[in-house]
Design a protein around this ligand. Sequence first.
Ligand code: GAR
Length: 208
Amino acid sequence: MSKKTKLGILASGSGTNLQAIIDACESGEVFAEVVLVVSNVSDAYALERAKKHGIKSIFIDKNNFESREDYDKELISILRDNQVNLVVLAGYMLLVGPELVRAFEGKIMNIHPSLLPSFPGTHGVKDALNYGVKISGVTVHFVDKGLDTGPIILQEAVPVMENDTIEILHNRIHEAEHRIYPAAIKVFAEGRLKIEGRRVRILEKGEL
Ligand code: GAR
């Protein structure tokens, strides 16, 4: 029997996506385990969620480092020390530096609350709502050096309703996120993702 994929989650906020991933791993739906949660925010609720599940949680204070490069070097060494196979950004609100991207090439995923390439950046939900789109959604993608530009793994459309506020729309988007993030990690853990240029193929089990 092959080994479980070890996930290192980076999160800055409440961590509802982290929770969905932990639950999917614990239920056996996803053949992976969260071995580590790292946050750049000391009181991020994501760290509490990790503790509740007996998962190692680490706060790294950006202010203790002279540069972003040094911060990312520390992150890389923590991820390596914990033998992380896949780095999962779950509401991680810092840009991932080039060294980290290089160190874990094809092994970093991000979730973004819009249908990329529309509305990248830190305010995806608000930007889509203000633009007036009738359909927004969620994107899970591999991380490259750009801002939300990496090859797309899964997307799910989410309708925008007449009376939506940012909060109401974000809640609907969260529901989709909690479905597709575990689903994307599941196919990664099964070794079924193949990056071909900009396209990510999801191999059938028979193709492996
Ligand atoms: C999620 O909606 C995620 O898509 C978004 O932050 C939220 C985190 O929620 N990420 C970004 O906007 C990244 N640019 P969570 O802490 O409850 O998982």
